[in-house]
Design a protein around this ligand. Structure first.
Ligand code: CIZ
Ligand code: SF4
Length: 356
């Protein structure tokens, strides 16, 4: 990266000192990760920010919903900043507050709402988290989705409880089938673009899992063909994928796990082992470089899949602009969740923190 920008980022960060805390999501570019005080997945980063109440500015190098969660979990006097306001998440955008309210009306009319517990993936807007909190549900991450579903099914009469899973249909389906032993037929998909979600009342009444029709535009692109091709190309390869991948991909993989799980699995892998990883490319490249000296061969599961384009919007020029603005006393790009939304979203996040 541009040496002048690197020097400016260093100087601005040094001037700000402990007043600024820079969080770097695992999917960020190397040039940004270089300036991160901590790295992690969205949940770990929100908790890390909350553990630094002395930091006046939390610069969140990640996407919008992550900065919202950090704002909800940090103190009122801490300012959370997203270096590029256009860094959204296509999955989170697939479930709006209006659509989800309409879905709840459909469930109410079908007579199933009172038996339904919402479980929302961390990758959702603060509005969706607040909806979840208001209706007695919890948030989950890809590390605790199993425990979140088990908790949800224990909240009502066990034989008739349903879960409305938002917004990632793949994580919901994969967790229900792989971890809770449900069948694919226990799951239906609610399509917000169709009347009644495209479902009949009978289908809604029979389903155990009502999956929102959302997906990740990166992880959703890995295919069964990706897995078959890499096995043919690299004999003995271990295929390890994120649970945001499609069910058929997860079913064909050797191991499935969250970002933190993937990192730990590669740390523990023996020298000489070969791995094909199905998650975001910035992270896979960094892990491949990190473990190459230890004799671990790590490749990207499908060479036609690209970076997360919104994650990549945060680059060194945006980080430098952000830090230099703070040095000049200008708080730019602050992400602030309104009080009522934050209250109910926090309720849902706290239920997750209390999961057994
Ligand atoms: O796919 C993502 O964006 C993930 C796994 C985010 C996160 O850190 O929870
Ligand atoms: Fe959203 Fe997928 Fe990008 Fe994560 S990788 S921020 S879920 S689009």
């Amino acid at each position: 990266s541009d040496p002048d920008l690197v020097a400016r980022a260093r100087a601005a960060k040094a001037t700000l000192g402990d007043k600024v805390f820079v969080l770097g999501h695992h999917y960020q570019r190397d040039e940004v990760i270089e300036f991160a005080d901590v790295t992690g997945d969205s949940f770990k980063l929100a908790r890390d920010a909350a553990a630094r109440p002395d930091a006046e500015y939390i610069v969140f190098c990640g996407v919008h919903f992550m900065a919202e969660s950090a704002d909800i979990l940090t103190g009122d006097d801490q300012r959370v900043i997203l270096p590029d306001l256009a860094a959204g998440c296509s999955m989170a955008d697939m479930a709006t507050a209006e659509q989800v309210a309409e879905c709840w009306d459909v469930l109410t009319e079908a007579g199933v709402a009172e038996r339904t517990v919402p479980v929302s993936y961390m990758n959702s807007s603060a509005d969706i988290k607040a909806f979840t909190g208001k209706h007695g549900g919890t948030i989950c991450t890809s590390s605790n989705a199993k425990r979140a579903l088990e908790w949800a099914f224990a909240q009502r009469e066990p034989s008739s409880t349903k879960v409305l899973f938002l917004p990632d249909q793949h994580l919901g389906r994969n967790t229900a089938v792989r971890d809770l032993g449900m069948s694919l037929d226990d799951c239906v998909v609610y399509n917000p673009h169709k009347p009644n979600g495209g479902l009949t009342t009978e289908e809604l009444r029979a389903a155990k899992m009502i999956l929102w029709r959302g997906h990740c535009s990166v992880h959703g692109r890995f295919s069964l063909q990706s897995v078959n091709d890499v096995r043919a190309r690299i004999p003995g390869v271990n295929v390890l994928v994120h649970p945001e991948c499609k069910h058929e991909v997860v079913a064909a993989a050797d191991q499935v796990g969250s970002t933190e799980y993937i990192i730990k699995a590669l740390e523990a892998a023996p020298a000489g082992s070969k791995w094909a990883i199905g998650t975001e490319l910035n992270l896979v490249r960094r892990l491949a470089n990190r473990f190459a000296p230890e004799g671990k061969e790590i490749v990207f599961l499908d060479r036609t899949v690209c970076f997360c384009s919104t994650m990549n919007r945060i680059d060194l020029p945006h980080l430098v602009w952000t830090l230099e603005s703070l040095v000049a006393g200008k708080t730019v790009n602050r992400i602030e969740v309104d009080e009522e939304t934050a209250h109910f979203a926090k309720l849902a996040l706290e239920r997750m923190l209390a999961l057994p």
